[in-house]
Every structure is written in C-alpha cells, then in structure tokens.
Design a protein around this ligand. Structure first.
Ligand SMILES: O=C(O)c1cccc(C(=O)CC[C@H]2O[C@@H](n3cnc4c(=O)[nH]cnc43)[C@H](O)[C@@H]2O)c1
Length: 225
C-alpha cells in the first residue's frame, strides 16, 4: 500500500515514536518489523517524564516527526476496548486550577493552551489505512491526564469539559509539547485497553490492546512506504 502524501511527511527522515512502558515499545517495534525509518523510545509514565524524554531525544537525534503511542482508556460508546484511537487533537485535561465554580483550564487562566494540534493529513492517512484493513478505528480528542480516571464522576466531568473526547492516556501532551518546541509534526495513537470510569484493573485487556498496537504499527509502516 503506497501513498505519495505520506512520503511527503515520512520520506524526509526518521520518525520518533514515544511509548510509556517497555511492553508498549516492544509491541510497536514488533509491528514495525525492523522498519529503520522509525525509532522507538521510552517516555516513562506521565506528561512530565514524556516531555523531558522526548525533548532529550529530539535534541540528540535528527527526526522529522513524532508519534506518541501506547495503550489507553476509551470513553464508553466512543472507543471500545480493542479499538484504536487516532487523535485529532491532544488536550491536557487536568492542567489548570480548581475553583469553587469548577475547573479552570490554563487557557482560561491565561497561561497558554491546553490543546496541541496534530498532523491532520497524517491522521487521515493512518485512519484510512486502518479502516481499509477492517480495523476498528476512532477519531477524537485524546485527553492527557496525570491521574488516570477512576470514578464515574471524574469521567463525566471530563466529558462535560471535552465533549469530543474519545480516549485518555498520560503522555500525549508531554510528547506533543516537546515536538511543538522543535517545530515537528506529531500524532497520538492509542490502542484501547480499558473503559474510562470506575477503576477495575482486572477488566483491563492489556495483551489484546498490545496486539492491536502491534497490528496498527504494521499497517502504519506499510502505508508509509
Ligand atoms: O501491566 C502490564 O503488563 C502493562 C503492559 C503495558 C502497559 C501497561 C500500563 O499500565 C501502561 C500505562 C499507560 O497506559 C495508558 N493508559 C491506559 N489506560 C489508561 C486510562 O484509563 N487512563 C489513563 N491512562 C491510561 C497511560 O498512558 C499509561 O502511561 C501495563
């Protein structure tokens, strides 16, 4: 599956892929099957570690684009367990201040933006390729949180603030902030392992999500060639 649009983005150099933990990195590497255009590194868990490690990697190597990837929580009826979410924007969902009237975002506080745009053309390309391969794939905001949601109340509060949210994870905004500082396009891809809501770790389908992550990167490698 060749595509000239992808070559414009991917053909110029190496792509840095950041995953939080080793199991995610291994799944991505396994899907990429030695595709040398991609380099996969560990971001650590959470946006701070992800931003620091991504910026460090970008300062040392020559990259033309960045992907934040891993497993993630899916919002019910938007992204089922076993599906893949391709972000169309990344939102730092808990970056701000609590007030008696409710949550106040950094945007409202006047300290910058809680949203970082992703590479739209690239997202469309990957989504199309995954769909063509009959892959369950969704698009929407991917929220970055420092505390994984564990109650129905927090889940509802996030959805009230971010009606377009499809998934949440813990690194995307950090990776995106570093990519933005280096002027590089980026995207976030999450294989859904669990439903966002009351914490039930036994219900997380991690091996299945890692398999989906692997399969997604196999398709991404193919469509990028
Ligand atoms: O225990 C394991 O074998 C294992 C293997 C791979 C990954 C993990 C993780 O726990 C990864 C943590 C990583 O996953 C993201 N994540 C997943 N679900 C959620 C969620 O509901 N809310 C927020 N983040 C989620 C997150 O990016 C973590 O860094 C374990």
């Amino acid at each position: 599956m060749k595509n000239s649009k992808s070559n414009a983005l991917l053909g110029r150099g190496r792509i840095l892929v950041m995953t939080a933990v080793a199991a995610e990195r291994d799944a991505v590497c396994s899907g990429l099957m030695g595709d040398e255009r991609f380099e996969v590194m560990l971001a650590g868990v959470g946006p701070a570690s992800a931003a620091a490690r991504t910026a460090f990697a970008l300062s040392k190597g020559k990259y033309t684009a960045v992907i934040s990837a891993g497993i993630g929580g899916g919002f019910a009826e938007r992204a089922d367990v076993g599906s893949v979410v391709i972000a169309d924007e990344i939102v730092a969902a808990d970056l701000g201040a609590e007030t008696p009237e409710g949550f106040c975002s950094v945007d409202e506080l006047g300290f910058g933006s809680s949203r970082i745009a992703v590479e739209e053309e690239w997202g469309n390309l990957f989504r199309g390729a995954l769909k063509e391969a009959l892959f369950p794939v969704h698009t929407g905001s991917v929220l970055t949180v420092s505390t994984a949601t564990g109650t129905a109340e927090t889940c509802q509060a996030l959805l009230n603030r971010h009606p377009r949210a499809a998934a949440e994870a813990m690194e995307g905004y950090g990776v995106a902030a570093a990519a933005q500082d280096f002027g590089l396009p980026m995207i976030e891809i999450r294989a859904i392992s669990n439903v966002v809501g009351p914490r039930d770790r036994d219900a997380w389908r991690i091996p299945e999500a890692l398999d989906k992550l692997k399969a997604a990167f196999s398709i991404i490698s193919e469509v990028s060639s």
